[in-house]
Design a protein around this ligand. Structure first.
Ligand code: ATP
Length: 137
């Protein structure tokens, strides 16, 4: 069993119950959950790898615009399976190519894409620690 970090981003928090149902029905266990309103500093830190990109400032503004829900979810191959379930980064494109993916359903536009999933084991460890600093990995 593998763990990954999922985030329900500000534009989809009003659909959190529905999304959590889908997570459970897809065979994940929800190990930890936390609702948190990130400061711009915390959002910048979380997305530090994107520092310097054209969309960095608006990404930080979006991610600190309202509460998010961070979830540690677990399942065999959780990292790749969750990324597959949420679909392509750009919601508009996702609606054309992967209409059943969660970003196509719950996302807003090319940036506000409803959900996050760690992209690798190393990223998942860092991101779980970011939101759940007391958790034992
Ligand atoms: P996440 O890390 O949130 O799961 P991802 O791995 O699919 O998403 P990244 O390339 O890591 O995508 O980008 C992080 C986030 O930055 C995206 O989820 C999206 O909200 C935003 N983003 C990425 N590319 C763009 C872009 N070209 N224009 C605007 N926003 C973008």
């Amino acid at each position: 069993v593998e763990r990954t970090l999922a985030i329900i981003k500000p534009d989809a928090v009003h659909k959190a119950e529905e999304i959590e149902d889908i997570i459970l029905r897809s065979g994940f266990a929800i190990l930890q959950k936390r609702r948190v309103h990130l400061t711009p500093e915390q959002a910048s830190d979380f997305y530090a790898e994107h520092y310097g990109k054209l969309f960095f400032a608006s990404l930080v503004a979006y991610m600190s615009s309202g509460p998010v829900i961070a979830l540690v979810i677990a399942k065999d191959q959780a990292i790749s399976y969750w990324r597959e379930l949420i679909g392509p980064t750009n919601t508009i494109k996702a609606r054309q190519t992967h209409p059943d993916c969660l970003r196509a359903i719950y996302g807003t536009d090319d940036q506000r894409n409803a959900l996050h999933g760690s992209e690798s084991f190393t990223a998942s460890e860092r991101e779980i620690r970011f939101f759940f600093p007391d958790s034992i990995i």
